[in-house]
Every structure is written in structure tokens, then in C-alpha cells.
Design a protein around this ligand. Structure first.
Ligand code: GLA
Length: 373
């Protein structure tokens, strides 16, 4: 996470006023349980020690929202009364103004605010940078305006903002993972009941390899997978495809629907397998490899670069690895192995294939959504 003092210095430089609220929202890795959230299934995400730091300064103009981000060129500047048309939101302002708009939609009275955003979380890397920004803004505005929103409400509003105003029909995984994160613990989520609880993790860090193939969830592939899963559930007369047995999933005659259903049903079993492994103090790393293979072959959301990372690290001594997030690029997590060996293997594989070099970092598992000032 960016040091709070550095984020505050950046904010002071932009708005020459003292900050009123500082909020940190972590990114997340999803240890296992991919594409299960919108299918009423199970997932086991963990928040990491990288994320977004949002500094809010009192606006000199009572009804104006201004925002600046260290990683974006354009400055957002809009009057609260003009945040009516969702269609007017473009680029990164969709997330920021979307979060403001859901609060206005629910009748909360908001004062003007100046936002400055610092981040050490790579964008579009499957580590939930967009959900982190939404949660930071909703939580930050709750504190700035004395709204005292419950954690459940913050999570629900951030999810609604992404669905309604940021153009992505995503599930609840990222918002739950960040909003309910506890330091150094994983969050077990059952999306059929929306119940969640934390569990111990038998390790303190993971290697993340960002393929540097960056995706946008609104590109179409994600939405198509959702529709296919819904169609498979309809054919089998289930509310969610997670309710199907493996025999039912395998009985589907359409090959795409069958493959999607098989992925979801087997992925839910793998989540249970990992929860059992964690309870015994083990990593359950082999489930990660099975998950990756199913995401590659059944769900078809991996890409040449993430497949190459997983193959390379497994060849050079890792215990397990898989892509995380929506797919079509993004990052892989790796368990076990020697950091330098894994890194040099992947770099040489990428160079042989002419791919852009990936980025490697060790992620600590201590992220929480919190007020830092
Ligand atoms: C993205 C979405 C999540 C979830 C994952 C896949 O991260 O935002 O809701 O569907 O993909 O597990």
C-alpha cells in the first residue's frame, strides 16, 4: 500500500488544503472459485497489501466534485447537481462518478469534495482495481458526509455502481472480497446464500505474475460466459448452475454449455477441497492447477500468456499456479517454488514466444478496507 504520508503529500500538492478523510482499499487475489460468484457458487478470495489510497479534502465550492489520480491524465470536475446522466460518464470517471451517483440515487445528501487517488495496484490485472476504487469512494464519502453506512451497505452500493454505471455486469466476488477482508485471512463466500466468513491461511504471501495482457470486463467475453451459464441452468431447471450435479452438467448436449457447466460444478468442489486443505494447514496447491486447466479448457477464459506462466512455473518447481479474475489476460498466482528460478523460467519462455515481459511481485495477504486518517 502507498504510504499514507505520500498520498497526503500528493493530495496537498493538487488541492492545497489539508485532507479530511483518508481511506485505503486493497486489491484481492482469488485463491480459488473463479466464475462461480454469478452462478450461486463458492469462492475463497484474499485481500492483498497493495491497493488504492483515497484522500478527500473539503471542497472550497460546496457542491463541486473534483478528482485527480496519480495514474490518469484527465481531471474529473463536475457539479453534484449535474451528476444525473449516467451516459455522460466516460473513462475512469465512470467508477468515481458511478459511486457518487448510487449514493445520490438512494437519497443521501452529499457535500462537495476533492478526491485524490494514489495506487500501487496495477490496473486491469485481474486484481480488482475497479472494485477497490468503488469501495474507497463509497466508504470515503460515507465518512466525509457522516453517513455512517454499514459495511453491507458500502459493499452493496459499490457493486451497484459497477453494474449500473461502469458498464460491467459483474458478480459480487470483488466487492465482498475487499469489503469484508480481514488481515491475513481468506474470506469463504457462498453466493447462493450470500453468507461469508473468514478462515485461516497457512502462508503469508503469494507470488503474483501479471501477464501484462490487460483486459476490460465490458469487452464481451465475460458477459457471454454469464449468459451461457444462465442458459445451462435454465435447461437443467436450476436457479443456478452450481445446483447441478456433475452428471447433469455432463448431460448437456450443447458442447459450450456443457463445458461451462462442468467448470462451475467442479470449481465449487475444488473450493471445498482447498478449505479442507487450509484446515489441515496445507496449501491445496494442486487444486489451483486443476482450476487453471478447467478455466483454460472448459470455461475458455485463459490466454496464451497466462497458460505459459502456469506451465513455466510448474516446470520449474512451483507447487501450484493459476490465472485469477475474469480472465482474457490479467495475473496468475503461484504457490511454492524458488522465486528466482520461477522468474527466470517465465522470462525466458516469454522472450522465446516474443511476448512482452510480465511483472512479478510478492503479495502480502494483509489487506483491509480501512480509514487511514
Ligand atoms: C471478475 C468479476 C467477478 C468474478 C470474476 C471471475 O473479477 O468482477 O465478479 O466473476 O471475474 O471469478
Amino acid at each position: 500500500m502507498i504510504e499514507t504520508s505520500k498520498a497526503i503529500d500528493f493530495a496537498r500538492g493538487q488541492f492545497s488544503a489539508n485532507p479530511k478523510v483518508v481511506v485505503e482499499a486493497p486489491g484481492r487475489i482469488n485463491y480459488i472459485g473463479e466464475h462461480t460468484d454469478y452462478n450461486g457458487g463458492l469462492a475463497l478470495p484474499i485481500a492483498i497489501d497493495r491497493g488504492i489510497t483515497l484522500v478527500i479534502t473539503e471542497s472550497s465550492d460546496g457542491s463541486r466534485i473534483r478528482a485527480i489520480s496519480e495514474s490518469q491524465r484527465d481531471v474529473v470536475e463536475v457539479d453534484l447537481d449535474d451528476i444525473v446522466q449516467a451516459e455522460a460518464f466516460a473513462g475512469w470517471s465512470r467508477y468515481l462518478l458511478g459511486a457518487v451517483k448510487v449514493l445520490l440515487d438512494d437519497g443521501y445528501a452529499l457535500r462537495g469534495a476533492d478526491f485524490s487517488i494514489s495506487s500501487d495496484l496495477p490496473l486491469g490485472s485481474g486484481l480488482s482495481s475497479s472494485a477497490a476504487l468503488l469501495l474507497a469512494v463509497v466508504f470515503g464519502l460515507s465518512l466525509h458526509n457522516g453517513l455512517d453506512l454499514s459495511r453491507d451497505t458500502v459493499v452493496e452500493l459499490a457493486h451497484r455502481a459497477e453494474k449500473s454505471y461502469a458498464g460491467a455486469n459483474v458478480g459480487y466476488l470483488d466487492h465482498f472480497a475487499i469489503g469484508f477482508a480481514t488481515s491475513n485471512r481468506a474470506t469463504m463466500i457462498d453466493f447462493a446464500t450470500m453468507k461469508h466468513k473468514s478462515c485461516e491461511i497457512p502462508f503469508t504471501e503469494l507470488l503474483v505474475v501479471d501477464s501484462n495482457v490487460h483486459h476490460s470486463i465490458s469487452d464481451g467475453g465475460y458477459g457471454r460466459r454469464r449468459v451461457e451459464c444462465e442458459n445451462a441452468a435454465k435447461i437443467l431447471n436450476h436457479r443456478f448452475i452450481s445446483e447441478a450435479t456433475i452428471e447433469e452438467a455432463e448431460s448437456l448436449s450443447d458442447v459450450d454449455l456443457r463445458n461451462r457447466a462442468v467448470h462451475v460444478v467442479t470449481e465449487n468442489s475444488r473450493v471445498q477441497g482447498v478449505i479442507g486443505a487450509f484446515q489441515e494447514g496445507k496449501t491445496g496447491a494442486h487444486y489451483l492447477v486443476e482450476s487453471h486447466e478447467s478455466l483454460r479448457d472448459n470455461f475458455q477464459v485463459s490466454c496464451a500468456e497466462t497458460d505459459l506462466i502456469v506451465e513455466g512455473v510448474m516446470r520449474s518447481g512451483a507447487e501450484g499456479a493459476r490465472m485469477v479474475g475474469g480472465g482474457f489476460g490479467g495475473s496468475c498466482i503461484v504457490v511454492g517454488g524458488d522465486y528466482e528460478d520461477l522468474k527466470s523460467q517465465v522470462i525466458s519462455d516469454f522472450s522465446r514466444r516474443g511476448f512482452r515481459e510480465p511483472t512479478f511481485f510478492r503479495a502480502g495477504l494483509s489487506g483491509v478496507l480501512r480509514q487511514a486518517l
